[in-house]
Write a protein that binds this ligand. Sequence first.
Ligand SMILES: Cc1cc2nc3c(=O)[nH]c(=O)nc-3n(C[C@H](O)[C@H](O)[C@H](O)COP(=O)(O)OP(=O)(O)OC[C@H]3O[C@@H](n4cnc5c(N)ncnc54)[C@H](O)[C@@H]3O)c2cc1C
Length: 273
Amino acid sequence: MLDYLAGEGRGASIIAGGTDIIPAMRRGALRPRKLVDITGLRELRYVRHDNGLVRIGALTTISQLVSSVAWLGRRYYCFGAMDIHFGSWSIRNMATVGGNISSGGERDLVQVFRVLEGYARIRSREGERIAPAWKPELREDEIITEVFFKDLNKNSWTWFDKLEKRAANGIGIVTVSLMLRLDDDGVVDDVRIALNRVRGKEAGRARETEQFLKGKRIGYETLREAMEVMGREISPASDFRASGEFRREASKILTRRAIEDAAKMITAGGEAE
Ligand SMILES: Cc1cc2nc3c(=O)[nH]c(=O)nc-3n(C[C@H](O)[C@H](O)[C@H](O)COP(=O)(O)OP(=O)(O)OC[C@H]3O[C@@H](n4cnc5c(N)ncnc54)[C@H](O)[C@@H]3O)c2cc1C
């Protein structure tokens, strides 16, 4: 198949679950010469622990990712939350991890992999390369085979939350992804926050807010000050769904709640190992 994509099949598009590409073709936004269906590559459907890494095959569906929390551990609540926030039941059964990060932009797993610091393994006829999962920048002859990231320890917790007008149906007005790690004294050892809009229409990390929180104990005053930092740091764009000001305030509320809940789960010993 890699030979085909680099040769006779040039200009072809890969189709996995088809939940992004088919609507784009119907709208006329994409007009691929050919479609190459990769859903038969069953060896690319897996979620596993491997030598301190978590590895997720590109053809893993969102439903399979949700179920994987049972063996990955409850600290991967960010994947479990997809059951509530990602599309409908039928979309989750078709949509794949590889398709989500290939489509990029504000999509949900793109933000989750920002906070997990996930990397995409990408294959072509020329060999293999590794790129950040939130920015794979694919050529047309390349295919993502898996996403991997360092397994989180028991003092960590992840979160994903989405504000949307229609329940679980598409891109959120605001999404917040979080990875929080506390040390044994309950002080923030590491924190990563990703928003679907940080500046304008760009998704990204709220790095100044993260920096403010590091080394501090989570409490009312710390979170109040952290949200002031976030208010100055982010400037999301307005569109027909919500104003930038509304998005900024909603990002602060969702982030604050995410940090509070994650900290509670860690200090309550959320995950016994
Ligand atoms: C009703 C509806 C609701 C949705 N809700 C959400 C939501 O809540 N959150 C969200 O994030 N998204 C949502 N989406 C968007 C979509 O479901 C996801 O982005 C999904 O993960 C795409 O995966 P797919 O397998 O269907 O990709 P496809 O549509 O098959 O492919 C999408 C793109 O990725 C490329 N591609 C696919 N797999 C690979 C691979 N392994 N290597 C290289 N390129 C590849 C394709 O060529 C194409 O360009 C929704 C879509 C619909 C129609």
